[in-house]
Design a binder for this molecule. Sequence first.
Ligand code: ADP
Length: 236
Amino acid sequence: MVCLRANNYIKIMNKKYFIFFGPPGSGKGTQAEMLDKRLKLVYISTGSLLRKEVHSGSALGRKVRPILKDGRLVGNKIIEKIVKDRLEKRDAFAGAIFDGFPRNKEQQEFLKRLLKELHFDEKKDKIYAIQVDVGDKEVKHRITRRRSCVCGQVYHLDYNPPKIEGKCNKCGKALFTREDDKADVIEHRLKIYHKRSQPLIKYWHDLGKLITVNGERKPKAIQISLVKKLKKLKAI
Ligand code: ADP
């Protein structure tokens, strides 16, 4: 890895960025974290960062809580600040895995500008979008069985249950059902996903940088096929 100092940033060759797309409950967060464990990049889940703010009771948390509860999108300025602050930290210079960002055209344009600032090199560095494909019917069925922890860990009572019922494997805190994991809110989140994220997926597809995996399988099987596809493309 060669490092050069340029405009206050350390330039690291062969940066890698992966953007996960998938409807709510698709398991994109689980896949993103599994891939992150393998690649040791920085995992950035905007949803999880926002939920941390809500649980901490910070000013930002109080502001975004009703938005998250209704399944609406948080304002771009807030999201952009969260992502920029995280991406500019030293440990993120080798790349990152995005989960839940970008979520609309403006955020995507912002990401492109930010990567330019961070000296993303089209020839040497890599960026891929990963779509975890799950139908709406399956999403609605799954989401009622999802349990979350304040630390960001997510469980599924059938596919990925906690070792001790109701407790997080990682930090031991009590698991809960997200406020936005209710049937009517899920419906709304799905609508937003199809309207706002599908055009972004098409963008990466047209660039030849989209990898689609069938998300209606067990997490390990999905990860295996994802890694295979990434290796075939020499993306990892
Ligand atoms: P899911 O993909 O299951 O909807 P996330 O954890 O990614 O879950 O997001 C939860 C909520 O956090 C969203 O419904 C939205 O309110 C907010 N959120 C997360 N990421 C973004 C983003 N990039 N832009 C706007 N709002 C966001």
